[in-house]
Design a protein around this ligand. Structure first.
Ligand code: GP9
Ligand code: MN
Length: 416
């Protein structure tokens, strides 16, 4: 009904931020997005047996904007949920995968938006196109091309676990990428660092960990392998002359180590136990924004409270695309007006001072439980975020949005 439209519209308008001083700094550049499978922030700048786990990313961070308080907001839809957040700045659903349940909805996804600015858009992922219903959903997002497993040469030799090894994936992707018109908006989805983290001996560059969790033990070598594959990719893009004219957005899609491995995780982190507070903090995934010629001269570690919901408005702002009339729940991470609040899909939330989870409020600095009243001011707002986003998806409400406001009938009915 129209009253909910008005509520949602008012809510989103109130959330709107003025463009930041980084608006347009990457105008007209190619965009390369790398979805890093199961990569959590706790491995960044960490070592195992004295060896860096992510040496390449650690170096890249020194030439980039690195967000160390960036959270994944995915639910049961895992990678697909992270893609949904990235492209729409809407929350995925609390149950099931929106890629399956609402793939033919009307969306105003980033690929569709950048098309109007002359961009060619594509996804690179060496898996069956129907996995997560991607073929259908990518059409709804307006992607021009999906390079799925049919675009790659996949053999027993170059595969492990879920499929094509990341190094081979990136190597073969470069040739495909070269065939695209520029500027492009292209997303690369890695695969090797996926549960159960299988890797051949010859591909291991760091040791396994030693704990009661085989999963955690095996995680480190596959993370290290993915890190190396990204290094090779970046080097190849430099050789091909693509690197200079491209901006890079790398982020972890979701956690890799579930709470079932808390005991081993506590051992690795030198903690007595993993509290609900720690569990929320473990939902941090790396976000690295690398802009050649810009971030190398001015690298920054940004502790902005942020999440995958913020990727769309941030990327569009860097490209100089005005999002003030776009329906989205996130904010440009460079906007000084950005609220210090990130809501996870299970209703937990993080502010600059507190972490709220399992109906308890924790002091963010000490990790100790504190009075719920401190978290109270944000509880309603966090619920609105999820509820309004859900309403848009369940009601397929973007059908009614004409670019500036909601109407009471779907747009196509107006066109007739
Ligand atoms: C599969 C890959 C992994 O194509 O995206 O999916 P996940 O299990 O992480 O959602
Ligand atoms: Mn994944």
């Amino acid at each position: 009904d129209s009253s909910s439209f008005i509520d949602i519209e008012n809510y989103l308008k109130a959330n709107q931020k003025d463009p930041s001083d980084k608006f347009g700094i990457a105008q007209g550049k190619n965009v390369v997005i790398i979805s890093m499978e199961s990569l959590q922030s706790f491995v960044i700048n960490e070592t195992i047996d004295g060896e860096e786990i992510t040496p390449y990313l650690n170096n890249l961070i020194k030439e980039s904007y690195y967000f160390d308080n960036f959270y994944h907001q995915t639910g049961q839809g895992k990678t697909s949920d992270s893609e949904f957040l990235l492209e729409n700045s809407l929350y995925p659903l609390g149950r099931g995968a929106v890629f399956f349940t609402h793939a033919t909805n009307e969306y105003t996804a980033t690929p569709e938006i950048v098309k109007d600015y002359g961009y060619f858009s594509s996804v690179f992922h060496a898996n069956d196109k129907t996995f997560w219903n991607r073929d259908i959903m990518y059409d709804s997002f307006g992607y021009d091309t999906f390079f799925d497993d049919d675009s790659y040469e996949i053999t027993e030799d170059n595969s492990i676990g879920w499929g094509l090894k990341d190094k081979d994936f990136f190597e073969q992707s470069v040739e495909l990428l070269k065939s695209q018109p520029q500027p492009f908006y292209s997303k690369f989805i890695t695969l090797t660092n996926h549960f159960p983290f299988e890797l051949e001996e010859e591909d291991r560059m760091v040791n396994e960990y030693d704990s009661n969790s085989r999963t955690l033990n095996r995680y480190f070598p596959t993370v290290r392998y993915m890190d190396e594959s990204i290094k090779l990719f970046m080097e190849r893009l430099k050789e091909e002359g693509i690197y200079e004219n491209t901006i890079f957005v790398l982020y972890g899609d979701h956690y890799g180590i579930s709470e079932n491995h808390n005991k081993a995780m506590a051992k690795f982190l030198n903690k007595e136990e993993i509290t609900p507070f720690d569990s929320v903090q473990l939902q941090r995934v790396p976000l690295i924004i690398h802009i050649p010629g810009v971030t190398d001269k001015d690298p920054q570690v940004l502790s902005t409270i942020s999440g995958q919901i913020d990727l769309k408005p941030t990327i569009l702002s860097l490209l100089g695309i005005d999002t003030r009339n776009d329906v989205h729940f996130g904010s440009d991470l460079f906007s000084p007006e950005k609220l210090d609040l990130t809501v996870l899909r299970d209703g937990s939330f993080i502010t600059d001072k507190y972490v709220y989870t399992t109906n308890m409020c924790y002091d963010k600095e000490t990790g100790l439980e504190t009075e719920v009243s401190f978290c109270e001011p944000y509880i309603e707002k966090a619920q609105f975020e999820l509820d309004y986003s859900d309403e848009i998806i369940y009601g397929d409400l973007l059908r009614f949005y004409n670019g500036t406001s909601y109407r009471e009938q779907p747009l196509e009915e107006f066109d007739q």
